[in-house]
Structures are given as C-alpha cells and as structure tokens.
Write a protein that binds this ligand. Structure first.
Ligand code: CTP
Ligand code: MG
Length: 233
C-alpha cells in the first residue's frame, strides 16, 4: 500500500483533568504496578511508531506534577501539558487547539492504562478507511430497559457495542466536529458523538476487555490483579 511510505503526523490528546468523583480521588495519579496510572498509556503512545506527539490536559494544580513525571520517565513525545476545562469535552477541545496541524488526532482517557499498540494500529487503519474510528467491544450482558425499579423490556444486545478510547479522527473532521459542537452548545460523552453529529461516518474496531476505564476503586483493584496476566510493556 502506497500510504505505508507516507509519514503521517498523528497527535494524541490525553484528557487527565478530571476530579474522579466516582472513585473518590484523582485516579489518574494513583500508583498501578508501581507507577502512576497516567504513565501506562503515555508509555504505550511513546512506543507506537504511529504516534508523533502527545498533549496531556490536566488541572492547573497538577501541571508541575505531570511535567515532573514525564521528565523522570524520559518520555520524549509529550510536547505540551496544558490546563483542562470543566467537562471532559472541554478538556479535549483545549487539547485539540494545542495540537499542530496534523493528519490525525487520537483522544485517550488517562484513566485507561491498558491501551495497546495493536489497538492504535487498528484505529489508524480505520481512519484511513472512513475518516474516524473508535475502539469498542461487543456487549456481553443481557440489557434491559428499566423504569421505577421494574423491567420495561429486554433490549436486543446484538447490535450493541461498549465504546472505549482511543478515538481517532482525521484532523479536518475533528475541527469541523469541534466547531459544530461549540456553535450548537452540544455536549457529548465521547468524541465520536460529535463526529456523528457533524454527519461523518465512524468505524468501530476491536478494543479489549482489558482496556477498561478506572472509574471506581474496584477497577483499580482489578487492574492491580492483572499484573502478570498482561505484560504489554
Ligand atoms: N477528564 C478531563 N477533564 C474533565 C473531566 C474528565 O480531562 N473535566 C478526564 C479524566 O481525567 C479521565 C477521562 O477524562 O482521564 C475520563 O473521565 P472519567 O473517567 O469520567 O474521570 P473523572 O471525570 O475524573 O471521574 P468522575 O466522572 O467520576 O468524576
Ligand atoms: Mg467524568
């Protein structure tokens, strides 16, 4: 494929400016396998030959801490650590404004330590095919519509996927999606919602059950227990 020889500039935005209400603290800085949660994904992007640069978005109070962590770990690709916003979408938008003009932007939650090189490769391929791609996994549980503590109906889970990050989007599409969401005051729960709203297709590529988001303390305990099971890096 001719595209293989074309150097792509791929920038990664890491939203890490949340306060971790459900966890009860800023989980992105807690220790997992002897290093902060945030560093796990940063190391994966550092290793990926696809990725050119990384922007970390964090709260004003943690900028110094993040810069110190990055220097100590010898990460070379992080070129900006900037303050975030009120909602995750605000933090991502501020990160996007900081990104240089490039081919593609990936957004990845700081709270998902187990992203893999394979997922990044699948996303890049997906963006080359349709312009935007997200990782997800098919839903395993039975799903029900519930109201007032009673089951209203069972939902057909066949077409349903749980969506994770990274989410990867061509730069020009990302720009249009961000502009539209600003203009219409639209708040989505992930980047692909903005892309869908702007009328562009989004491809789903396979994620991993291991790529879960640390949301509550149980999730950190599960992540700790995966030491020895996952040896991705
Ligand atoms: N995030 C962010 N800016 C915000 C809110 C969230 O950069 N204003 C980041 C979080 O730091 C996290 C990712 O977005 O890496 C996913 O968000 P989530 O898991 O919801 O983290 P929190 O918002 O911190 O947690 P909670 O919703 O429980 O408060
Ligand atoms: Mg949140």
């Amino acid at each position: 494929m001719a595209g293989r020889f074309y150097f792509m500039n791929i920038q990664v935005i890491i939203p890490a400016a949340g306060s971790g209400k459900r966890f009860g603290g800023k989980k992105q800085f807690l220790s997992l396998w002897d290093k902060p949660v945030l560093l796990h994904s940063l190391e994966c992007f550092e290793k990926s030959s696809q990725v050119t640069g990384v922007i970390v978005v964090t709260s004003e109070d943690e900028i110094d801490l993040v810069q110190t962590l990055i220097q100590r770990s010898g990460l070379k690709k992080v070129h900006a650590v900037i303050p975030g916003g009120k909602e995750r979408q605000d933090s991502v938008r501020l990160g996007f404004y900081q990104a240089p003009l490039c081919d593609m932007v990936l957004v990845h939650d700081a709270a998902r330590p187990f992203v893999s090189l394979e997922m990044i490769d699948r996303l890049v391929q997906g963006v080359q095919e349709v312009g935007a791609a997200v990782v997800g996994i098919p839903v395993k549980d039975t799903l029900k519509n519930v109201a007032g503590g009673l089951v209203k109906e069972t939902v057909d889970r066949n077409p349903l996927w749980s969506i994770q990050t990274p989410q990867a989007i061509r730069y020009d599409i990302f720009k249009k999606a961000v502009e539209l969401s600003q203009k219409e005051n639209f708040l989505g729960t992930d980047e692909s919602m903005l892309v869908e709203k702007a009328g562009f297709p989004v491809k789903i590529v396979m994620g991993s059950a291991y790529n879960f988001k640390i949301t509550t303390p149980e999730d950190l305990a599960i992540a700790e227990a995966l030491k020895g099971v996952l040896c991705t890096r």
